[in-house]
Design a binder for this molecule. Sequence first.
Ligand SMILES: Nc1ncnc2c1ncn2[C@@H]1O[C@H](COP(=O)(O)OP(=O)(O)OP(=O)(O)O)[C@@H](O)[C@H]1O
Length: 245
Amino acid sequence: MIEINDLVMKYSDNIILNKINLQIDAHETCAIIGPSGCGKSTLLYGLAGIVKPASGSITIDNSIVVGNRKETGVILQTYGLMPWKTVWENASLGLSIRGVKKNSIEEKISIILKQLHIYDLRDQYPVQLSGGQRQRVAIARALSIEPDLLLMDEPFSSLDAIAREELQNVVVDLYNQKAMTTIIVTHSIEEAVFLGQKIIIMDPTTGNIKKTLDNHHFGDHAFRNTTDFHKTCVEVRKLMEVTST
Ligand SMILES: Nc1ncnc2c1ncn2[C@@H]1O[C@H](COP(=O)(O)OP(=O)(O)OP(=O)(O)O)[C@@H](O)[C@H]1O
């Protein structure tokens, strides 16, 4: 379980997040949405231990986050792939850094690459891949460490609508297999509604949470085509409009 208590995040004297309180249950998926610059990434960096709170705390499973946590998988906007390493080498980086034995790495990475349909691309370099394929490699690397928490910062923003929906389906499938706590920062209302059991709408004027919606429909690819999906999108859009005026 994640507990955020009176969290203040600043860059120099500039307060970005102001006294945020939030609980995210273990095995929950949470989408964070809000206008550009409202501090979504900053919140994710706090959860990842990349940026330290000015005050307040972030606790994961009763331990205060003070830096990288080895059970947290992180996918940042830029994918973070090493251009000089192959798909296989990029995907296995997290395991080799942790000193995992070669046999075990081979077994785990083969399974994950096959699951993400990029096994045949294992000897290619990032420059030879499409955006969606690169993103699958980044997902493979994050999953290889078997995280209990997966943090994603606008992971699909550079993809076309179809590639984006395919990868959203992959996230749902992975969740249905492993039920890892998943937090995704997104600009897309549809993505937030499709991927978040909890949808957090941020308010840039207060540096706090405007509203949290519970969404019980998560987990089914077909949800995208339902009336409930569209209704929830409209609800989130209205809250975003209020936020941005
Ligand atoms: N390293 C930094 N140093 C100083 N200010 C920063 C830094 N990173 C972000 N900021 C500022 O903090 C604010 C919040 O940035 P953040 O990236 O968290 O917002 P965001 O909601 O994720 O934005 P976007 O949707 O555009 O990615 C912005 O005003 C940004 O300019």
